[in-house]
Design a protein around this ligand. Structure first.
Ligand code: RFL
Ligand code: PHB
Length: 389
């Protein structure tokens, strides 16, 4: 097989990269180790920044999101037993959209296939070869056969546990990372949301988040220990903890059947450079943020918006954007890594922390909820801004 850009991974990064390249007349093949059903059903992020929403609409994959996505103008913090609203629209003139990542995936797959794009699902044994030569190759098994894609460039979009980042010789990568001493237990519940906007709760018993997926479906998260087993959390224990952590006089959390539950570790991770020869890493393959700032999906889309322009120029013979790729992306990545770390440390109960820490968290929460200057900074970071390339 031969293509201009071989892409490993059909997550938001890989699919959007392929879509943007197609719009510039550049062909690509995506290989994905899971089935289409699996990736279309995998529940993950739900929050799309305004510029990312605009990008999906402008490039022709935002129609269903415009119909079914929920526009939010702000969020609530819950602490000291009360809700405190931060109104982004009023502060920075922008909002966010709630639309499940798996819905973005479905829309992108449908569009890629309608445009004649090639996505090979359920591939195995993927390996990269000759990435520093002019003729890089991707080898894999598909349908019981050994296959090879010859390409000009490789998009390494295979997420945190993929093979692309480990294909860079270890001595060439600098990694900065932190594992947080907690995880999130996330549930999707068949019950109308009890809130119009997301609620981020700080509570001595641990963080909780009330998000949503539609007018009929709620999405909720609880801070748990990093080594917690899901079997230790039957549904009634989950609801009891959510009721305790989200308790506000005069407001009630509605309960319903839990459709899906899982535990996600919390981690900050940035690896640099994001390019090695003709391999370009994008999205979770290069960096991870804890989900408290709702940045991971948006960062993945930002990387590939930069990468698509860089590859287009490179194929025309101009290397400048490609040479700047790591620097351009990492500037945004570090800003969002900081914001995600800040939200995370402000909102979670750290096991064994000095009582002083809890008071500092509350002081910070009261400050962002009452100071227009502090709230504006939060709003600017939360609603995000487009990548520049
Ligand atoms: P993905 O989505 O992990 O996609 C990588 C794809 O590559 C495939 N793959 C391979 N394919 C071929 N060969 C191999 N060897 C392969 N190895 C892996 C995988 O099957 C997969 O299909 O990475 P990408 O595209 O970089 O996208 C990143 C986002 O998925 C991620 O950052 C977000 O989901 C993070 N995140 C959130 N981000 C937001 O912007 N807003 C949110 O509200 C938000 N909430 C969340 C989140 C992530 C969560 N979890 C479960 C990690 C909430 C949660 C709970
Ligand atoms: C979600 O709806 O899944 C979600 C929303 C906001 C976050 C994290 C996850 O910060």
């Amino acid at each position: 097989m031969r293509t201009q850009v071989g892409i490993v991974g059909a997550g938001p990064a890989g699919l959007m990269l392929s879509h943007l390249l197609h719009l510039e007349g550049i062909d690509s093949i995506i290989i994905e180790n899971r089935s289409r059903d699996y990736i279309e059903g995998r529940i993950r992020a739900g929050l799309i920044e305004q510029w990312a929403r605009d990008l999906l609409i402008e490039t022709g994959v935002g129609e269903r999101m415009q119909r079914e996505g929920l526009s939010h103008d702000g969020i609530h913090f819950c602490f000291d037993g009360a809700l405190h609203q931060i109104n982004f629209r009023e502060l920075v003139g922008k909002g966010v959209t709630i639309y499940g990542q798996q819905e973005v995936i479905k829309d992108l797959i449908e569009k890629r296939l309608a445009d004649g794009g090639q996505i090979l699902f359920e591939v195995d044994d993927v390996s990269l070869h000759d990435v520093t030569s002019a003729k890089p190759k991707i080898r894999f098994r598909h349908g019981g056969r050994n296959e090879e894609i010859d390409c000009d460039f490789i998009g390494g979009c295979d997420g945190f546990h993929g093979i692309c980042r480990p294909s860079v010789p270890p001595g060439l990568l600098t990694v900065r990372d932190r594992d947080y001493p907690y995880a999130w237990l996330g549930v999707t519940a068949d019950v109308p949301p009890s809130t119009d906007e997301l609620i981020y709760a700080h509570h001595p018993g641990g963080f909780a988040l009330h998000s949503l997926r539609s007018p009929l479906v709620s999405r909720l998260y609880l801070q748990v220990a990093p080594d917690e087993e899901i079997s230790a959390w039957p549904d009634d224990r989950i609801w009891a903890a959510l009721q305790r952590r989200l308790a506000v006089p005069g407001w009630g959390l509605k309960e319903g059947p839990i459709l899906d539950k899982g535990i996600t570790p919390m981690r900050s991770f940035v690896s640099a450079p994001m390019r090695h020869g003709r391999l370009f890493l994008a999205g979770d393959a290069a960096h991870i943020v804890p989900p408290t700032g709702a940045k991971g999906l948006n960062l993945a889309l930002g990387d590939v918006a930069v990468l698509a322009c860089a590859l287009e120029e490179l194929l025309r013979g101009d290397p400048r954007l490609a040479d700047a790729y790591t620097g351009t992306c990492l500037e945004r990545v570090w800003r969002r890594t900081h914001f995600s770390w800040w939200m995370t440390t402000m909102l979670h109960a750290t096991p064994g922390a000095d009582p002083l820490d809890a008071q500092l968290q509350l002081a910070q929460l009261r400050y962002v909820s009452t100071s227009r200057a502090a709230a504006t900074s939060l709003a600017e970071n939360y609603t995000g801004y487009p990548p520049r390339s």
